[in-house]
Design a protein around this ligand. Structure first.
Ligand SMILES: Cc1ncc(COP(=O)(O)O)c(C=O)c1O
Length: 412
C-alpha cells in the first residue's frame, strides 16, 4: 500500500482517522507533516506557529538537530533491549536526572500517567512497609482541578468527569480543594500514603500552587510520614524557567513524576524517588518492557543538553515575563482578559467567555493554541520560540479574542 504524504496532494488522514481510529479526540482540522523549532507545516504546505508544542512536550522545539542526531545515532545502534539489561543511555540519564533533581533514584516508564502510577505504587508500598499492610491505609490525597493521566489509578485521583463509565474506580483516593492548607491538614492522617500536587495545574487552568500551600504540604507530609509527590509531567523540564517548578518554591518532593518535555518528542516518563522510599521496594515488584529503552533515553539526554547549552531556563523566564508584560498592557483595552496566570512559558490567559472559538480563530490565522478549563487560553510554546513569533502569537490571540467576543455579542 502506498502511503501518501506529499505536501501537495490532499491528505487522506482525516478520512482514515474517522473510519478507523477510536473517536476519542476532537482533532484540529489540519494534518501536520513537518516541524522545525516553533513552526510546523501541514500536509498542504501551510505554515503555523506552534504555541501548544505537542501539549508542553516540545520544550526544545520540533526536530531540534541535536535531538534528531542523537535519535538517529541510537536508532542505528540499538533501539530496544528490555530491562533485563542496563544500557549506557539509561544509566547516564538516570544519573543526570538524580543530579538535577536532588532525588536519589529513578524508574523509567513511557508516559505521564505511568510516571504517576509508579509514584502511587512506590508511595503505597512504602506506607505498607512501615505500617504492616493496614487494609484501610494507603490513601492518596489529590487536589481539585488536578490531572494526572487517564489510567484507572490516575483517573481515580482526578476529576469525576473522567471517571464516568469506567466504574469500579480503584479505591483509596481523596480529593481536597487546591491551595487549601486547612483542608490538607484535615485530610492527611495515619491512613495517608501520599499527597500529590501539580506545582502548576495544567489542565486545571494553569493554576499555580501558592508558596504557603507547598510549604505546608512539605511540613505536613514530613510530620505525618506521608510521601509528597510532585507531578511535573507538564510543568517540568525547564518550562517554568527552572528545570523543575519545585525549585521556585524551595520545596523538594519525595517523589517526582516527569514525562512530556523529557524526551524532546520521544515518549518517555520517569518517576524519581528518595532513597528510603526506593529501599522499601523489593526487586521484581515493579517493571516495564519499554520504559527507559535506549532510544528514548538517548533522546532525553540530548534534550537536557539542549536545555542547558542553549540557556533555555533563562529564556523561558525572560520570554514568560515579556509575555505577561505585553498581556497586562493589553488588558487595559481588552476587558475580557480577567487574569494572567502561570510561570515562565506556561501561561494561562483567563477569559470571561469560553475560549474554544478563540482557538479556532487563531488556527485560521496560523497559530496553534489551546484552551483549557473552558475559559483559560493556555500558552505553552517551545522554549526556543523567537521573540518575533511570540509577538505574533500575542497579537493574533488578542485579535481572535476581540473577534470572538464581538461574535458572541452579536449572537446574544
Ligand atoms: C500534570 C500531568 N500529569 C500527567 C499527565 C498524563 O500524561 P500522559 O498523557 O503522558 O499520560 C498530564 C498530561 O497532560 C499532565 O499534564
Amino acid at each position: 500500500m502506498e502511503i501518501v504524504m506529499s505536501e501537495s496532494s490532499p491528505s487522506q488522514a482525516p478520512a482514515l482517522e474517522s473510519e478507523y481510529h477510536l473517536q476519542v479526540y476532537r482533532r484540529l482540522p489540519l494534518v501536520p507533516a513537518r516541524g522545525s523549532g516553533a513552526r510546523i507545516w501541514d500536509s498542504n504546505g501551510r505554515e503555523y506557529i506552534d504555541a501548544l508544542a505537542g501539549i508542553a512536550v516540545l520544550n526544545v522545539g520540533h526536530c531540534h538537530p541535536h535531538v534528531v542526531a542523537a535519535i538517529q545515532r541510537q536508532a542505528a545502534q540499538l533501539t530496544h533491549i528490555s530491562n533485563f539489561f542496563v544500557t549506557e543511555a539509561q544509566a547516564q540519564l538516570a544519573r543526570r536526572l538524580c543530579e538535577l533533581s536532588g532525588l536519589d533514584r529513578v524508574f523509567f516508564n513511557n508516559s505521564g500517567a505511568e510516571a504517576n502510577e509508579g509514584a502511587f505504587k512506590l508511595a503505597r508500598n512504602w506506607y505498607h512497609s512501615k505500617r504492616g499492610g493496614s487494609p484501610r491505609g494507603g490513601v492518596i490525597v489529590s487536589m481539585e482541578g488536578c490531572f494526572h493521566g487517564r489510567t484507572l489509578a490516575t483517573i481515580a485521583a482526578g476529576k469525576d468527569l473522567y471517571q464516568q463509565g469506567f466504574e469500579p474506580i480503584p479505591s483509596g483516593y481523596r480529593r481536597i480543594p487546591f491551595n487549601d492548607v486547612a483542608a490538607l491538614d484535615r485530610a492527611v492522617d495515619g491512613d495517608t500514603a501520599a499527597v500529590i500536587i501539580e506545582p502548576i495545574q495544567g489542565e486545571g487552568g494553569v493554576t499555580a500552587a501558592t508558596p504557603e500551600f507547598m510549604q505546608a504540604a512539605r511540613q505536613i507530609c514530613s510530620d505525618r510520614g506521608a510521601a509528597l509527590i510532585f507531578d511535573e509531567v507538564q510543568c517540568g523540564m525547564g518550562r517554568t524557567g527552572t528545570m523543575f517548578a519545585f525549585e521556585q518554591y524551595g520545596v523538594r518532593p519525595d517523589i517526582l513524576s516527569l514525562a512530556k518535555g523529557l524526551g524532546g518528542g520521544v515518549p518517555i516518563g520517569a518517576t524519581l524517588v528518595s532513597q528510603d522510599i526506593a529501599d522499601a521496594l523489593p526487586k521484581g515488584r515493579h517493571g516495564t518492557t519499554f520504559g527507559g529503552n535506549p532510544l528514548a533515553c538517548a533522546a532525553a539526554l540530548a534534550t537536557i543538553e539542549v536545555i542547558e547549552d542553549e540557556d533555555l531556563l533563562d529564556r523561558a523566564s525572560e520570554l514568560g515575563d515579556y509575555l505577561v508584560e505585553k498581556l497586562e498592557a493589553a488588558r487595559e483595552h481588552q476587558t475580557s482578559i480577567k487574569e494572567i496566570r502561570g510561570l515562565g512559558l506556561m501561561r494561562g490567559v483567563v477569559l470571561d467567555f469560553e475560549g474554544a472559538g478563540v482557538v479556532r480563530r487563531m488556527l485560521d490565522k496560523g497559530v496553534i493554541s489551546n484552551c483549557t478549563a473552558l475559559n483559560v487560553m493556555r500558552l505553552i510554546p517551545p522554549l526556543v520560540i523567537s521573540k518575533r513569533d511570540l509577538d505574533t502569537v500575542i497579537s493574533i490571540m488578542l485579535q481572535a479574542i476581540a473577534e470572538e467576543k464581538e461574535a458572541l455579542k452579536n449572537q446574544a
